[in-house]
Design a protein around this ligand. Structure first.
Ligand SMILES: [Zn+2]
Length: 409
């Protein structure tokens, strides 16, 4: 499926977003009117300007004092929502955090341009919103610029909690955080990959599901990993010049991000995007020069051509999942004494066909697939159920692939 939206990503627009946000002296969560609030107002105006079917609003609340909040402050997320036409209760969330920080996480006054962490992620979210504004997706899409990430994931936690209270099902959530730098601290250049981190966490799992997972060896098929594989697949089919590097770990070693708020709220299909090689001289640093090295998270250290490709990946999977039919409610296999495998799945409304996916139990990404045309909901494969993992996904009339349902989950 090619929506061609990826081809319309504007590097100039991404750069404008990053520079506009970095120009605000600080976007620290405790910085108030001239800082974080000014950034939120700018983001709201910007998103409103995209028009189309976007519903733009700030979600504001008073965050109590405690932890990394030295006082109670009214703070806010900036949200642009594309309402779903078929199943609005199914929600996809894509986020970046607009707050920034320097060396001292409580320093709300020093200049904190936060160009890569995380104006880069916010620019991806805004560009997706701009290019998808005219779309009428099957499910609801929320483009979120969240606050308070550096003060302990406050904005994403608030958003996840609200969606839970509203009874929504977040079928996919991805945070773009530190996605604009292509040269690592050690000087290694990689502008051809974007990492996607996914957890094995089974936070929502019922005891019966756990029993099945342990018995059938589907440990590597958590909802987060199923989403991560779908993202990698959409990128392979739709985008050239960059590919998704799957990392089967919730986040970088010992660190965290906004997707964790969704996992904690009981939305298990949540992943994180981050560049392949970070440079900590340009993250969370007071602006200064030390031994001839310029420190600070400045726009000059963002590779906008790379950020452009990362945004193409974002549009590829996001626009496809937004238009695709939902995942089959269940997919099972016939437990017969045969070295072949017969799969059966629940029909999906709006599906023009289905696609079977498989991989060996030792592989981490799908390595085989077969298209099934029409309304058939059963198919046999000459592969042993002992040696392979299987999944089924619905395909829309234009070839849009939905999220897979893994057999044995
Ligand atoms: Zn960040």
């Amino acid at each position: 499926m090619r929506l061609q939206l990826s081809a319309r990503v504007s590097k100039a627009h991404l750069e404008r977003t990053v520079r506009s946000l970095a120009e605000i002296p600080t976007r620290h969560t405790l910085s108030g009117a001239m800082g974080a609030d000014a950034a939120a107002a700018w983001l709201e105006r910007e998103l409103r300007g995209y028009g189309g079917n976007l519903q733009v609003a700030q979600q504001r609340w008073v965050q109590a004092a405690g932890g990394r909040m030295t006082k109670a402050v009214e703070i806010g997320n900036v949200l642009a929502t594309l309402p779903g036409t078929d199943s609005p209760e199914r929600v996809i969330v894509v986020s970046g955090h607009y707050d920034s920080r320097v060396t001292d996480v409580l320093d709300a006054r020093s200049p904190a341009p936060g160009a890569n962490d995380d104006a880069s992620g916010v620019s991806v979210v805004l560009e997706c919103a701009r290019l998808m504004a005219g779309m009428r997706p099957r499910c609801t899409v929320i483009f979120a610029a969240v606050t308070g990430e550096e003060q302990s994931l406050l904005g994403s936690a608030q958003l996840a909690k609200t969606l839970k209270e509203q009874g929504k099902t977040v079928v996919a959530m991805a945070t773009y955080d530190i996605v604009g730098n292509s040269v690592s601290q050690e000087g290694k250049r990689d502008n051809k990959h974007i990492r996607v981190f996914s957890t094995s966490d089974e936070l929502n799992e019922l005891p019966t599901q756990a029993t099945r997972r342990k018995a059938l060896g589907t440990d590597g098929d958590s909802p987060a990993r199923t989403l991560a594989r779908a993202i990698a697949d959409a990128a392979r089919r739709q985008v050239k010049g960059i590919s998704v590097a799957l990392t089967l770990r919730n986040d970088r070693y010992g660190r965290g991000g906004d997707h964790s708020s969704f996992l904690a709220a009981g939305f298990p299909a949540a992943v994180r995007f981050t560049e392949p090689g970070e440079d900590w001289r340009h993250q969370h640093q007071d602006l200064r020069t030390e031994n001839g090295v310029k420190l600070g998270d400045l726009p000059e250290f963002v590779d906008f051509a790379y950020l452009n490709r990362v945004t193409q990946v974002a549009l590829a999977w996001l626009s496809e999942l937004a238009l695709a039919p939902p995942a089959p409610a269940r997919a099972t296999l016939k437990q017969d004494l045969s070295n072949a495998t017969t799969l059966t799945w629940a029909p999906v409304e709006g599906a023009a066909g289905y696609e079977l996916l498989w991989r060996r139990t030792t592989e981490f990404d799908w390595s085989g697939s077969k298209a099934i045309a029409g309304a058939t909901t059963q198919a046999a494969l000459p592969l042993s159920k002992d040696d392979y993992l299987f999944a089924v996904r619905a395909v829309g009339p234009k070839g849009e692939r939905g999220l897979p349902t893994v057999v044995g989950r």
